[in-house]
Write a protein that binds this ligand. Structure first.
Ligand code: SAH
Length: 199
């Protein structure tokens, strides 16, 4: 399959991702927030994500500039990448729906914020972040390019590790013991494997 095929498929899947997000973004702008954490740092992280997951892949899609960084991955790996993105989109839809109006693109406590523990949140504390990990791995496989492939992974690694502990401190500040207990029963981005026997 030609390079153009992968560019069109990747672009189309991107549009679906945006379509899933749009209604949530509209609601987010209408709802009020109670408090915001690390405002400027968080804006910086959103920008880093934009570069790695949006801008550089767009340049890969629409220009020949990154052609000399092509990695020539085998077709089957690139097809697996497409399948991973499709799976991640279904998961993204489910996570967004479950999180509802508690979602925000930066670290915030919304007005009437509820602690969500159901659906994808039952065993995983940050399923939306799991989805992004899956996405950046898939971005590497589908674009098969050193720059647009690695940019998502590098950007998300920076954003994830700068954010996740602060997010959990913020949630602990808001929900206290309830979040502590929730943390003990869940994994960060993978389900917690329950090792002990309960008598
Ligand atoms: N980290 C989560 C949510 C990402 S959206 C995930 O990966 O699925 C970021 C916002 O979600 C944060 O500002 C926080 O207010 C909110 N949030 C995170 N975990 C939550 C939970 N279990 N219940 C309700 N809101 C949550």
């Amino acid at each position: 399959m030609s390079e153009l095929f992968y560019k069109i498929v990747f672009g189309t899947l991107w549009l679906i991702y945006i379509l899933i997000r749009v209604p949530h973004d509209k609601k987010y702008k209408q709802n009020r927030k109670e408090s915001i954490t690390r405002e400027n740092a968080e804006k910086g992280l959103v920008l880093i994500n934009f570069f790695g997951l949006v801008l550089l892949p767009i340049i890969w899609m629409f220009s020949p500039w990154f052609n000399s960084f092509n990695l020539y991955l085998p077709q089957w790996l690139r097809i697996i990448g497409i399948l991973l993105i499709v799976i991640s989109l279904f998961f993204f839809y489910w996570v967004h729906k479950t999180l509802g109006q508690n979602w925000s693109p930066v670290l915030e406590i919304r007005k009437d914020h509820q602690l969500v523990k159901s659906g994808p949140y039952k065993n995983i504390r940050h399923p939306m972040y799991s989805q992004i990990w899956l996405w950046v791995i898939a971005q590497f496989l589908v674009t098969s390019n050193l720059i647009s492939g690695l940019s998502g992974f590098v950007a998300w690694t920076i954003v994830y590790f700068s954010r996740v502990k602060n997010e959990e401190s913020m949630m602990l500040g808001k929900f206290g013991e309830a979040y502590k207990e929730y943390m003990s029963k869940t994994g960060r981005v993978l389900p917690k494997i329950n090792s002990g026997y309960k008598v």
